[in-house]
Design a protein. Structure first.
Length: 116
């Protein structure tokens, strides 16, 4: 079993930045991919970014050039640096671990609201 605890969400003005973090605990030796999905009101959950055990990364087209995903050396904490935020980035952001886009465990979700 793995537990995921997210932090860093909140309310931010358009154009500003926010950093999300997610710490894994429990059976962390088997962790491969860590990443983030998000779900906006009335929309399906979508993949935002992920990072594999080799450091390979994926970004959704909508966040490329604005978001950066990183992972600590122990590979148990993943962060998402979000720059140049727009109202379209408003969503609940969910941390996950798994194998690329296949999710084994979800975090509880953290709200990100971009509004003036």
């Amino acid at each position: 079993q793995v537990q995921l605890v997210e932090s860093g969400g909140g309310l931010v003005q358009p154009g500003r930045s926010l950093r999300l973090s997610c710490a894994a605990s429990g059976s962390t030796l088997s962790i491969n991919t860590m990443g983030w999905y998000r779900q906006a009101p009335g929309k399906q959950r979508e993949s935002v970014a992920c990072i594999g055990s080799t450091g390979a990364t994926f970004y959704a087209d909508s966040v490329k050039g604005r978001f950066t995903i990183s992972r600590d050396a122990a590979k148990t904490t993943v962060s998402l640096q979000m720059n140049s935020l727009t109202p379209e980035d408003t969503a609940v952001y969910y941390c996950y671990i798994g194998r690329w886009f296949a999710v084994d465990y979800w975090g509880q979700g953290t709200q990100v609201t971009v509004s003036s």
